[in-house]
Design a binder for this molecule. Structure first.
Ligand code: NDP
Length: 486
């Protein structure tokens, strides 16, 4: 491993920690069933940990199989009245939730950061505003469902189980709940084990919005809670975001049943830089593509494809820019790269990075002072990567970018598509025609041109191949929550 020091220009920032004094977390959170927080019947309580300090934050209930059954019963009982509400009345609840998220934005951002490790700048400027935007957006669709689907008559599916990962806890909850509720479904959401808190604050928001009991259930727990929810009788649809391995397990469990399913799984997305691109902008896009949220992003631009003629220049600029990333306290407003979400995820990243070195790729990790406690991984760049190396094939889900090169446009397309995944891609070029040609040839659900990791509730998101199926966001995000009658 080669370690290089930072560039000679070192900006000395004063610490700028966001205050957490305004946070009013309880010591203990139960399961949110039937409009109230309840002790688990057959689960227990487990502390959720701040990954930047390893300190416990609060105790959170884990739902067992009896709790899952109770959640489904409450949701089933709530469904007929919710589905029968006038569309505009349903929309009003969603608008209220959106506004309450905005009102509690500062609190939600801080809690997201202490529970998950992501920089406050991101939870404050991306996660929380986008979560509110999803509720606003789908509130607008609630009385226009036929137009959104092009059908004459549509019906909700019923009770939907929604399982979300730890990388965008509140945003994924909003991403799943808003369209489901707008379409007249009721939902049971299972947050990830390591990041349940903002979903539980969202439960409080549902209470404040006077959402009828049972319309939203928040069922924290571990993987067995998720597995029970998937298999529970009385569930009409499962929407899952997470790893391909678990997605596969869920698909096998639901094969031959009438339960609808959408899967948003992993990725190994190609970020393609052509020689005619504005290279300084491309470097910003590469950084945003892979170091945003510590690389814990399903669509992260983790495979960087650079045209050979500009390879050295791009790598030199990128390495210089990486040296200026500020890694550390996620609550500091200047931090670019925060803590790795869990000890388990840190060891997965370390194992794949070790495999990259063993297989002969050249590793460069930014030299930076990492806090003594907590889970951290320095931004890392791999060159001399072959397309068969594990670091070019597998999702690392950390701040690690693997560089490959290409000579022609055709080779770029071939290499970008040479993946079992197909979630996203980025294209950096000055030529609009080239961008459209390449985008049309890429087998990826989302293709960004001269930008990366740009999210919007009006745009559909989803994958091909092992990245899953079904679309979330935009009008396309309504369809998986509706039956078309005619
Ligand atoms: P998982 O896919 O295991 O977790 C995602 C969600 O599914 C969590 O709520 C989890 O619960 C739940 N879950 C786990 N097992 C089951 C099951 N058998 N049935 C139903 N639900 C289940 O992701 P991990 O957190 O373990 O991360 C592993 C790897 O997956 C990462 O390293 C990364 O590569 C990838 N990943 C990809 C994501 C993406 O958006 N593409 C998101 C997260 C991870 P619990 O947290 O309680 O285990």
């Amino acid at each position: 491993m080669t370690t290089e020091t930072r560039t000679s220009i070192v900006w000395d920032y004063a610490p700028a920690p966001e205050s957490a004094d305004h946070i009013r977390l309880k010591d203990r959170y139960g399961l949110f069933i039937d409009g109230d927080f309840k002790d688990p019947a057959d689960g227990g309580y487990v502390p959720t940990i701040n990954p930047a300090t390893e300190e416990p934050i609060a105790e959170v209930a884990y739902g067992g199989p009896v709790d899952v059954t109770a959640a489904v019963q409450s949701a089933r009982a709530a469904h007929p009245r919710w589905a029968a509400l006038k569309d505009l009345e349903r929309a009003k609840y969603l608008f209220r939730i959106a506004r309450l998220i905005q009102e509690r934005a500062r609190e939600l951002a801080v809690v997201e950061t202490i529970d998950g490790g992501k920089p406050l700048r991101e939870s404050r400027d991306v996660d929380v505003p986008l979560a509110a935007a999803h509720f606003f957006y789908y509130a607008g669709w609630a009385d226009k469902l036929r137009y959104g689907t092009g059908a004459s008559e549509v019906r909700p599916l019923g009770v939907v189980g929604q399982i979300v990962p730890w990388n965008f806890p509140l945003l994924m909850a909003a991403w799943k709940l808003a369209p489901a509720l707008a379409c007249g479904n009721v939902a049971i959401l299972k947050p990830a084990e390591t990041t349940p808190l903002t979903a539980l604050l969202l439960a409080e928001i549902c209470q404040e919005a006077e959402l009828p009991p049972g319309v939203v259930t928040i069922l924290p727990g571990d993987e067995s809670t998720g597995a029970s929810l998937v298999r529970a009788p009385g569930i009409d649809k499962i929407a899952f975001t997470g790893s391909t391995a678990v997605g596969r397990d869920i698909q096998a469990a639901l094969a031959g049943t009438n339960t609808h399913l959408t899967l948003e799984l992993g990725g190994k997305s190609a970020n393609i830089v052509f020689e005619d691109a504005a290279l300084d902008q491309a470097v910003e896009g590469i950084v945003n593509g892979i170091f945003f949220n510590q690389g814990h992003v399903c669509c992260a631009g983790s495979r960087l494809l650079i045209q050979e003629s500009v390879r050295d220049e791009v790598i030199a600029k990128l390495w210089q820019r990486m040296g200026r990333l500020r890694v550390g306290d996620p609550l500091d407003k200047n931090t670019d790269v925060g803590a790795i979400n869990s000890a388990e995820q840190l060891s997965r990243i370390e194992a794949l990075v070790a495999a990259g070195e063993d297989e002969g790729a050249t590793r460069r990790s930014v030299e930076c002072e990492l806090p003594a406690r907590g889970y951290w991984f320095a931004p890392t760049l791999f060159t001399d990567v072959s397309p068969a190396h594990r670091i070019a094939v597998e999702e690392i889900f950390g701040p690690v970018v693997s560089v490959l090169t290409f000579r022609t446009q055709a080779e770029a397309i071939e290499k970008a598509n040479n993946s079992r995944y197909g979630l996203a891609a980025g294209i950096w070029t000055d030529k609009g025609s080239k961008a459209f040609q390449v985008a049309s040839a890429l087998k990826a659900g989302v293709v960004w041109q001269n930008t990366y990791n740009h999210f919007d509730p009006t745009a559909a998101f989803g994958g091909y191949k092992e990245s899953g199926f079904g679309r979330e966001g935009g009008p396309a995000g309504l369809r998986p929550y509706l039956q078309v009658v005619r």
